[in-house]
Design a protein around this ligand. Structure first.
Ligand code: BG6
Ligand code: MG
Length: 235
């Protein structure tokens, strides 16, 4: 059995809630293009890369590549405009204390985010120095739900996938982690993240010793089959 030696954190929705800024940026583009787009549509884009998000917004209609690139750039410019407002107070409850606890325990930490803006957001949150490595939207070709980004992060940390817990708020992210053989911690609703080994409402509910107690005495396959979506109380 592998003992846990590192945590790989998704960024958007786990450490900070950028979904609102993504929503405003996509909504602005959608309004300009005369396309319908609401908060529910935005929820479905959680963890989904920029290009795939645009294709979903366009509802399968095809356009020349240069046009797609121009719209992606326009949306990203809006997004960057919004995330400049981010300050350390935008860290989600429990995020910083949990990161500090993980590092104080001698475990490694990584970012595994599909976003090409991850470094900018980490700088705005003033937590870039709390990570040994940053894997982002530039690190690999195939994005979540492919396991590539997390495999890249684990390799950079010098760890094997079963030695790492992937912390994710998106179904596509949990799928990616499971496909790579990682341990999983879902953040958000159990309905969305039911395939994760453990699901919490936020990192404010995370107790490192209890989490390690769980991961270090079990194997993922058995736990996934037997107890999908356990909460902290169950541990
Ligand atoms: C993910 C977000 O973290 O990054 C998605 O959950 C986003 O909503 C994706 O589309 C890509 O981000 P960016 O910043 O490169 O457009
Ligand atoms: Mg996310």
């Amino acid at each position: 059995m592998n003992l846990i030696r590192g945590f790989i954190f998704d960024l958007d929705g786990v450490l900070t809630d950028t979904a609102e800024y993504h929503f405003r940026a996509w909504k602005r583009l959608a309004d300009e293009l005369g396309l319908p787009f609401d908060r529910q549509d935005n929820e479905a884009l959680r963890g989904i890369p920029r290009r795939e998000s645009l294709l979903r917004l366009l509802k399968g209609r095809s356009y020349p590549e240069e046009q797609l690139q121009a719209w992606m750039e326009r949306k990203n410019n809006y997004y960057i405009e919004y995330i400049h407002q981010i300050t350390p107070s935008d860290l989600l409850p429990g995020a910083r204390p949990f990161l500090l606890e993980v590092r104080a325990a001698g475990l490694k930490t990584a970012i595994g985010s599909a976003s090409k803006n991850a470094r900018l957001v980490l700088e705005r949150l003033e937590i870039a120095d709390l990570f040994d490595i940053i894997a982002d939207g530039y690190s690999v070709e195939r994005q979540k739900p492919a396991p590539d980004l997390f495999l890249f992060a684990a390799r950079q940390l010098g760890l094997e996938p079963p030695e790492c817990v992937v912390v994710e708020d998106a179904a596509a992210g949990i799928e990616a982690a499971l496909a790579g053989g990682f341990r999983t911690l879902g953040i958000g609703s159990a309905a969305r993240l039911g395939t994760a080994e453990i699901v919490l409402n936020g990192l404010h509910e995370a107790r490192l010793s209890e989490l390690l107690g769980h991961y270090n005495r079990s194997t993922p396959r058995i736990e996934n089959d037997a107890l999908p979506g356990r909460t902290m109380v169950d541990l």
